[in-house]
Write a protein that binds this ligand. Structure first.
Ligand SMILES: [Fe+2]
Length: 474
């Protein structure tokens, strides 16, 4: 069945559809009919608009939501800096400073769980590019928390959309727009500005986050594939309106703003949205529902065939961020080296592993909760043992990745690594290259007799006359 079997059972209802215009009311009649901002909204609620794109963004990318709530968001004390040694989204003061740009392949051992911190204080910026103040680029984070957020706390990022990839533990996320239960093998996206709090019903959690500073995630174009497959729109789940009435107690709203943490007090709950309608909302998706495509003849397509969500740069087809997965799938290609080929890409590739073993890295160094980064033009590919096995494997139809889920944050941007990612986390594998690729043996055997023509010695003609090596198309 194309859905995950979760140990922690679902407890919320959702509305289905990606980029669908949704509406939800927890009290019947709370949504005004027709008008967005009547003189007196139903039941004495306040109308509040939440915009995720410029008002005048083209209709196909315009994302706005109307909220009908007990009190509007604006009533709170001034935000004050609330820096913390365990909050590492700006470990070097500004997220775009002291970032190390290095051409080496990098790989990390599994990141540690940390039971002493909550969601907000567990965010570690590992790598990124660009600048949230310019709304350009992306950040890649590891989170590892062991405590629920305080009961009267909420958090939002003004810097970008969070794409959350749990690796361990369950996230019970209460957002202004409703609740999401997010488990390993599911992802969640919480757009910029939406307030939420995270409870941990099953204890410690760990995972990865891609924060998108520009635009929003979209489903990839399908081209000749047609109108279905890969991630289907109907499998994305948005929350149902859910509200509290609390205008008596003190709440703290935490805010990530240009990488820094701020806090403000307010005398009312931020989770008081009785009804909402719009296109700007959080959602989740079960990765097991991904309808994987692949070659049924020979070779294998580019890994873009595994793209779940994409965020395009200003140049169509070139992504600031692609979220790509490597799900369980059948390999049937004939006379083909079936793992990924060796390659150097203009894109950068940050990979993580949720569970199991990634079929391109069977040497044991790429483990669940670990990560790797193959930056712009860094050569990489299967490790030596995988190459050896795949070169000699009997090419029967074979299912790979059973029980496994690897993923990739891919970007057209050159990715820098923070001090935390490179040093403080103490997880970088010093011997990554040496263990993976230095053991690769040459298999080249010069044919005998060998007809060698390097095109420079003029043996078969005059230098310069052989401008074109003959080639045939039939
Ligand atoms: Fe790659």
């Amino acid at each position: 069945m194309p859905s995950s079997q979760f140990a922690h059972k679902e407890k919320y209802r959702y509305q289905n559809g990606f980029n669908s215009y949704h509406e939800s009311e927890a009290v019947e009649g709370a949504l005004p009919i027709g008008a967005n901002s009547p003189q007196k909204p139903p039941y004495g609620l306040y109308a509040e608009k939440l915009s995720g794109t410029a008002f005048t963004a083209p209709r196909h990318e315009n994302q706005q939501t109307w909220l009908y709530r007990v009190l509007p968001s604006c009533g709170h004390s001034n935000f004050e800096p609330r820096e913390s040694s365990t909050y590492n989204t700006n470990p070097e003061n500004k997220p775009y400073e002291k970032i190390h740009h290095i051409p080496n392949q990098l790989r990390w051992d599994p990141f540690d769980l940390d039971e002493t911190v909550d969601w907000v204080h567990s965010l570690h910026l590992v790598a990124g590019a660009g600048d949230p103040t310019m709304k350009q680029g992306l950040g890649m984070y590891i989170y590892a928390a062991g405590k629920s957020m305080d009961a009267k706390e909420a958090f939002y990022s003004a810097d970008g959309d969070f794409l959350i990839v749990p690796q361990h533990g369950v996230l019970d996320i209460r957002t202004e727009l409703g609740r999401l239960l997010v488990r390993p093998n599911e992802i969640a996206v919480i757009p910029r500005g939406i307030k939420y709090r995270v409870d941990l019903p099953d204890g410690p959690v760990r995972g990865y986050i891609l924060e998108l500073y520009q635009g929003h995630f979209q489903l990839p174009e399908l081209g000749p594939i047609g109108s279905n497959c890969l991630a289907n729109a109907r499998d994305f789940q948005a929350p149902i309106a859910d509200f509290d009435e609390d205008t008596e107690t003190e709440w703290h709203v935490l805010c990530k703003f240009a990488g820094h943490l701020f806090s403000a007090r307010q005398g009312h709950t931020p989770f008081d949205v009785v009804a909402w309608h719009g296109l700007y909302y959080p959602y989740k998706y079960d990765l097991a529902r991904f309808n994987t495509m692949g070659s049924v003849s020979f070779d294998h397509p580019d890994p873009s065939i595994y793209t779940v969500l994409t965020a395009q740069s200003d140049h169509p087809g070139t992504a600031v961020a692609d979220f790509v997965i490597f799900p369980p799938r059948w390999l049937v290609a004939e006379d083909t080296f079936r793992p990924p080929w060796y390659h150097r890409n203009t894109m950068s590739e940050f990979m993580g592993l949720i569970q199991g073993q990634y079929d391109a890295k069977t040497g044991g160094g790429f483990q669940p909760a670990g990560a790797s980064l193959h930056n712009v033009m860094a050569g990489h590919g299967p490790d030596a043992s995988t190459h050896e096995k795949a070169s000699n494997a009997e090419l029967q139809p074979r299912k790979v990745g059973e029980g496994s889920m690897a993923f990739m944050f891919e970007s057209c941007l050159m990715v820098g690594v923070t001090d935390w990612g490179l040093k403080k986390c103490k997880k970088v594998q010093e011997g990554y290259n040496a263990e993976s690729w230095e053991p690769l043996k040459p298999h080249f055997k010069r044919p005998t007799p060998a007809k060698i023509d390097n095109g420079v010695d003029g043996k078969d003609g005059v230098i310069g006359d052989k401008a074109q090596v003959p080639h045939w198309t039939s």
